[in-house]
Design a protein around this ligand. Structure first.
Ligand code: CO8
Length: 319
């Protein structure tokens, strides 16, 4: 088997050519891939907060090395690419493209199988860094959020946030309460923590946000003492100054971002990002989007006025 066969069998076209040839060179992982099955798989998926409906489909559609040799070839190597970068936050991994959905549930959930196959390795890495079990599982439960988002967005099961989950699988991001923090460096090599706000966990109440921020430095100083970050960075639609035209002072977003300093002179285009995080947008006409909250109304009114949203990068000293 080689990458060309895999590409044509899975109908990947031009999509993953560079990724596949890199995987071809890399070869299979040092330890064989094992996927959990039956009750073991259900228990694990529950722990990872994957919705029951998806868990059932994931278990039923799990690939088998004899029945699905092409997919298994890819699974082994996609897993290998991640485990060889365990703990490495400098590597720019994308995790490959989603597989074309005409391949059915096994293809739609392909990146879930990569995730499940990699759990033993990342759990060993967490143990080597003395990460508390609760933090380890709370972090890995980001899988459940991304699976739930996929169904909400596309109306069917799957998972296509694999680039983001390579962070979780490499042991370079940790969920500490409401927020997640990742190992990072600034352009000049200064150690930083990337700050990320998952969707699960409710509104960004100032107390809840403050608790997470206060946990970050002690956690990383203890488990990654060589890193030594003293500040956090984040790139987000939340930092777009134009939000002030629409949200009131009661908004948590408006309150919390006051302490952040914008660090880049030029913002990036932010329409896709705000539409993703507010609507999990999938191309509907703007007039069909829900208009329940002030933010939903703001996003649509701004775009209908022919204006654009922005993504800004900011920085904050860690308490
Ligand atoms: N969809 C629809 N409505 C929303 C949403 C949303 N995602 N978020 C807030 N609203 C509504 C609120 O219900 C409220 O409505 P109303 O005024 O009608 O009562 C209004 O907008 C104002 O909300 P708040 O400012 O009080 O914000 P919340 O605490 O309710 O929610 C969250 C903020 C938790 C961030 C929420 O937007 C969310 O869960 N978003 C999805 C995940 C997400 O967007 N994550 C950020 C990705 S980028 C990143 O992680 C890097 C961040 C680094 C910089 C952070 C600087 C502060």
């Amino acid at each position: 088997m080689d990458s060309k066969t895999v590409s044509s069998e899975l109908k990947l076209g031009e999509m993953g050519t560079a990724w596949l040839s890199g995987l071809d060179e890399l070869g299979p992982p040092p330890e064989p891939v094992r996927l959990p099955r039956g009750d073991e798989a259900h228990d694990l998926l529950r722990r990872l907060q994957v919705p029951e409906l998806d868990a059932k489909e994931i278990v039923e559609a799990a690939p088998d090395p004899d029945r699905d040799p092409v997919l298994w070839w890819l699974l082994e190597r996609a897993h290998h690419e991640i485990v060889r970068h365990m703990g490495d936050f400098g590597a720019k991994l994308r995790g490959g493209p989603p597989l074309p959905y005409e391949g059915g549930a096994t293809a739609r959930y392909f990146h879930v199988y990569v995730f499940l196959a990699t759990i033993p390795a990342v759990r060993r890495f967490h143990a080597s860094r003395d990460i508390p079990d609760a933090t380890s599982w709370e972090t890995l439960a980001q899988l459940g959020e991304m699976v739930a988002v996929h169904r909400r967005k596309y109306g069917e099961g799957g998972m296509n946030s694999q680039w983001w989950l390579t962070y979780h699988l490499r042991g370079i991001v940790y969920r500490l309460g409401r927020l997640e923090f990742s190992l990072a460096t600034g352009g000049d090599g200064t150690p930083l923590l990337g700050m990320h706000i998952p969707e699960t966990g409710g509104p960004l109440l100032p107390d809840v946000y403050g608790d997470s921020m206060r946990r970050a430095r002690p956690f990383f100083d203890r488990h990654f003492p060589e890193h030594g970050a003293r500040a956090a960075t984040g790139t987000s639609w939340l930092l777009d100054p134009q939000l002030a035209e629409y949200l009131t002072d009661k908004s948590h977003i408006m309150q919390l971002r006051r302490d952040w300093t914008l660090t880049e002179a030029e913002p990036r285009d932010g329409d896709d990002s705000i539409l993703e995080f507010v609507f999990r947008y999938n191309g509907q006409p703007l007039d069909e989007l829900p208009q329940r909250s002030s933010l939903e109304r703001a996003v649509v009114a701004h775009l209908k006025a022919g204006r654009h949203w922005q993504e800004w990068t900011g920085r904050i000293e860690l308490p």
